[in-house]
Write a protein that binds this ligand. Structure first.
Ligand SMILES: [Zn+2]
Length: 251
């Protein structure tokens, strides 16, 4: 994707109301002292929506740290009281999400809640077994190359039904083809115990392999995203969400 087309795809101008909100929240002198990146972190940590400038000043590492902090709030029951209507209004003029998350459709693993993010904070791609096909790669390319997200977080989870289906060789309509994308992870998982979907530890080990394979596919099949990563503009990180305990573990 050329720089020109990236610029053309870029989203609209920041909503001035967000800046006003931030100024009234922290004060101009504090703004100058804190610096942009820390300010952006504070903004997100308070459940406010990022402006383009704030998002652009964050490094991929800082975005990852923000998501980790959000997960900590989630699993300790200290989530922000998100004002979704205010966030909806603040993002009317454009969106400046800091990260793109590729996760499973499992109803128990909703990324925005697990990471305590709000409207406008993250792009969210969900597909059974968090696999990457051409359409998902295109979505991630839009999120990072066109819209400026700094981080791709691939998030698998424990007790994943899609992983169990791939282990069992389930055949059902279009699901059959989807599970074919996961199956190589089953064979590629080194495991000395019982290699069946009845063994939770094996299922979770395959889920970990599947996350790593998805990341590898992103790097190999998307020259756009691989280039952004090589230039240090984005990071691509794997993770596993533990249904028990609620922790998002980085792989
Ligand atoms: Zn799943």
């Amino acid at each position: 994707m050329s720089e020109r087309s990236v610029r053309r795809c870029s989203v609209a101008d920041p909503d001035p109301r967000r800046r006003t909100l931030l100024r009234s929240l922290l004060g101009v002198s504090v703004t100058a002292t804190l610096g942009g990146a820390l300010l952006a972190a504070t903004q997100l940590a308070r459940g406010q929506t990022l402006t383009r400038e704030q998002r652009d000043q964050l490094t991929p590492e800082q975005v990852l740290a923000l998501l980790k902090r959000g997960n900590e709030r989630f699993r300790t029951g200290q989530m922000h009281p998100h004002d979704y209507l205010a966030q909806k209004r603040a993002t009317l003029g454009g969106q400046y999400p800091a990260a793109a998350i590729l996760s499973c459709i499992d109803s128990r693993a909703p990324a925005e809640i697990i990471l305590d993010t709000g409207i406008g904070d993250t792009f969210n791609a969900r597909v059974a077994g968090n696999i990457a096909n051409d359409d998902l790669l295109g979505s991630l390319e839009f999120a990072c190359a066109a819209s400026g997200a700094k981080l791709i977080l691939v998030m698998g989870h424990t007790a994943c039904g899609a992983i169990k289906g791939a282990i069992d060789g389930v055949q059902l309509g279009h699901l059959t083809e989807l599970l074919e994308r996961i199956k190589p992870a089953v064979g590629a998982t080194a495991y000395s115990g019982e290699r069946s979907s009845k063994n939770a530890a094996f299922v979770d080990a395959v889920a970990g392999t599947n996350v790593r394979r998805t990341i590898e596919q992103i790097r190999v099949q998307s020259s756009v995203l691989a280039g952004l990563e090589q230039d240090g503009k984005i990071r691509i990180v794997g993770s596993m969400y533990h249904l028990k305990g609620g922790r998002v573990e980085l792989l």
